[in-house]
Design a protein around this ligand. Structure first.
Ligand code: ATP
Ligand code: ATP
Ligand code: MG
Ligand code: MG
Ligand code: MG
Ligand code: MG
Length: 266
């Protein structure tokens, strides 16, 4: 069977390795979640149940793949950092992207009823996925700062937008018009003067997103563990227990410093 006259078609499959010695940054994003959140009646601007479900699915992916050292979630997206030396699936890009994306998606569906007990899924959600290889730690820091800047801009807009609609009685078209051309300070002002909302006091989860950090407890002798972490700073020791545990409920840890995704605050 393996060497049949048909097997030449296998040669059309080209290798797709991710560049060696680079950090793989894997990001997935809900497909058409504008519609999905509408159909499933998500609370606006932030449905905390959905954010917790995203965290739960991300935690499950981290449990399955020990080479993921850090994850950051916001809205309908999650980013996963793999350690630089990972040889997961021989660094085959499509294998990694497709397997991780489908695992996340099936976890999202599997755990849905835990977060939305009275709201059955109306149709199967899907996620897109991609890997971007980054050569330097600076790129990784800037990557997470970029995603966190993204949530900040979006959340400030969405919070003001929905305050105008839900509390200010504006139509969505009117709210968009009110916000057209406004700067960040104008939105803070609208929130505070018209709705008595102090933006900076909103739940940090909404303003800054969620982060999951793998914390390994070294079980190897000190000298070996030092040699290992010296080689690649962002990697922890590869043995030991981890905070990403199967029986715990998912917790999100909030980033307080945009440029320091490794910092964990409980
Ligand atoms: P695409 O397929 O291109 O990603 P999309 O409709 O998913 O299209 P996004 O830019 O990913 O577009 O936006 C995600 C949408 O889902 C936004 O409208 C966002 O407000 C909404 N959303 C995501 N998570 C939540 C949540 N927890 N609560 C409320 N709304 C959410
Ligand atoms: P990989 O992750 O590399 O694909 P794998 O374990 O999935 O590893 P495959 O070559 O895809 O390996 O083989 C699929 C396995 O699942 C085989 O052992 C096959 O016999 C089994 N399998 C798949 N479908 C069925 C089925 N309907 N009934 C019984 N066994 C099945
Ligand atoms: Mg998108
Ligand atoms: Mg989306
Ligand atoms: Mg998105
Ligand atoms: Mg298989």
């Amino acid at each position: 069977m393996a060497n049949s006259k048909y097997s030449y078609v296998k040669n059309f499959e080209l290798p797709d390795p991710v560049l060696p010695d680079t950090f793989m940054l894997f990001r997935l994003d809900g497909h058409s979640f504008h519609r999905f959140t509408d159909v499933h009646g998500f609370e606006k601007p932030n449905d905390v149940r959905a954010l917790e479900l995203m965290d739960h699915a991300a935690r499950s992916v981290m449990e399955e793949y020990p080479d993921i050292v850090l994850a950051f979630g916001e809205s309908d997206e999650y980013s996963f950092l793999l350690k630089r030396s990972t040889s997961l699936y021989n660094r085959r890009e499509s294998k990694i992207v497709s397997t991780l994306t489908s695992l996340f998606t099936s976890c999202y569906v599997l755990y849905w009823p835990k977060y939305f007990p009275n709201k059955p899924l109306q149709y199967p959600p899907s996620f897109d996925g991609r890997i971007v290889p980054y050569p330097a730690e600076k790129h990784i820091r800037d990557y997470f700062a970029w995603r966190q800047a993204d949530i900040h801009v979006n959340n400030l807009y969405n919070t003001t937008f929905w305050a105008l609609v839900q509390q200010g009685g504006q139509t969505t078209a009117e709210a968009h018009a009110t916000l057209r051309g406004t700067f960040s300070k104008d939105k803070h002002e609208i929130l505070y003067s018209r709705f008595k909302i102090n933006y900076n006091q909103l739940d940090a989860r909404y303003r800054k997103g969620s982060i999951l950090v793998r914390e390994d407890e070294p079980e190897v002798p000190e000298s070996q563990s030092e040699a290992r972490s010296e080689a690649q700073a962002p990697e922890g020791p590869t043995t030991g227990t981890t905070t990403v545990s199967a029986d715990a409920t998912p917790s999100s840890v909030v980033l307080t410093e945009p440029a320091q995704p490794k910092e964990k605050k409980n």
